[in-house]
Design a protein around this ligand. Structure first.
Ligand SMILES: [Zn+2]
Length: 396
């Protein structure tokens, strides 16, 4: 494919000092004899005095010297990256406004469409998705503090409750009221001693929410995307409790012990309490999750059968769902996953979503490798990734 730009495009880029053309070509003002990047802010030359080069080296061979202002001979700062970083920060600080995005694009001096395209490419989601993710996260924190829903909606830029409900549900998979319910119930967690180290599974009554790899902790700096379910409230146990292997009766006992630190009774104290009910459901689910992990690590399970709550952007969820389809003992490239997610050009964004997979192993992001078979990264460490792939090959 011929990537050369036509002269009109190049001239317009020079006139507008468009930084996204930096590196794509260089221009020389023949009357001055210097070679510039398209973004150079020097005085606009006369068009008939401008010639173009594909590289600085070509221009230098032709006898021109690099401009001292735009320094084409020095490593380029990435103006698109700067623009996107700035826009991201602006969106975050203006999330309480009703419609911040048009204002952000205008302040950046680019069209909303152009900003959206760059943002998608560099951040892996659209500006709207990022805005909503930030808003849902903030809303979750405010709801946790007991702020009334109408006030929370207004604090994150929604005048109408309907729009707020739709956004919150779309981002988190549950309503603001259900979020409160989760706060009250907390999340149950179980630990499983796997061959790659201790794993912690977190679940609410309906689904597995998170799997922590060895060394990962679940707190404010949690790398998982999106609004996080809150930590259990203080009167519930927060320390993971070892259960291996997990049989349902052991799980029940774990809960009883935890609820009753004195250990003087084996009966749950709050029978019939709705909080206890929810914790029981979550514990049943954790028992299944731990049993299935045990089967997986002993080579007897190839696919997990558990309800999963994949909290993230719509794009991230699409990627994580595509990961689940990678068969046991096989690997896929980032490009394969991008195609599987219906976004063949979003390879970089797929990589980012892959890294933020909240439920590794069960959602097998370890089966994604780089071109040429390089293992690339893994939150649990490359050794763990290598172990998992070898384990699956052995039991295929
Ligand atoms: Zn210049």
């Amino acid at each position: 494919m011929d990537m050369r730009l036509d002269d009109d495009t190049r001239w317009q880029a020079v006139v507008d000092c468009r930084p996204e053309f930096d590196g794509a070509f260089y221009y020389v003002v023949t009357t001055v004899g210097v070679c510039c990047r398209p973004s150079c802010r020097s005085r606009r030359p006369r068009r008939e005095n401008v010639i173009y080069f594909d590289s600085l080296a070509d221009a230098q061979r032709a006898g021109y010297r690099p401009c001292r202002r735009c320094r084409p001979d020095q490593p380029a700062v990435d103006p698109a990256a700067q623009l996107v970083a700035w826009a991201k920060q602006q969106i975050e600080s203006r999330q309480a406004e009703s419609h911040p995005l048009a204002g952000v694009a205008a302040a950046a001096g680019v069209s909303p469409g152009h900003l959206a395209r760059l943002f998608q490419e560099r951040v892996g989601c659209s500006p709207v998705e990022h805005l909503n993710r930030v808003r849902a996260h903030r809303a979750g924190r405010l709801l946790d503090r007991g702020q009334p829903i109408a006030e929370v909606a207004s604090a994150v830029g929604f005048d109408a409750l309907g729009g707020f409900y739709r956004m919150f549900k779309q981002q988190t998979g549950h309503t603001p009221q259900a979020h409160r319910g989760r706060t009250a119930a907390g999340l149950a967690r179980a630990r499983y001693e796997s061959p790659i180290g201790p794993l912690t599974v977190l679940a609410d009554g309906a689904a597995v929410v998170r799997l922590l790899l060895p060394g990962e902790v679940w707190d404010e700096s949690d790398p998982a995307p999106g609004p996080r379910p809150p930590e259990p409230v203080a009167d519930h146990p927060t320390e993971p409790v070892a259960v291996r292997p997990a049989a349902p009766d052991q799980m029940a006992e774990r809960r009883t012990d935890a609820d009753d630190p004195d250990g003087d009774t084996k009966q749950p104290r709050h029978t019939g309490d709705p909080t206890t009910e929810r914790r029981t459901e979550a514990d049943d689910l954790l028992a299944r999750a731990v049993a299935q992990l045990d089967e997986y690590f002993s080579g007897r399970r190839r696919r997990f059968d558990l309800p999963l709550a994949l909290h993230g952007t719509a794009f991230q969820r699409t990627v994580w769902e595509a990961l689940i389809e990678i068969p046991y003992a096989t690997t896929a490239s980032y490009t394969d996953v991008a195609v599987g997610a219906g976004r063949p050009r979003a390879v970089r964004a797929v990589g980012q979503a892959n890294n933020r997979n909240p439920i590794p192993i069960i959602v097998p992001c370890h089966r994604v490798i780089g071109h040429g078979g390089a293992l690339t990264g893994y939150r649990g460490g490359l050794e763990a990734k290598h172990w998992l792939l070898e384990h699956e090959r052995t039991h295929a």
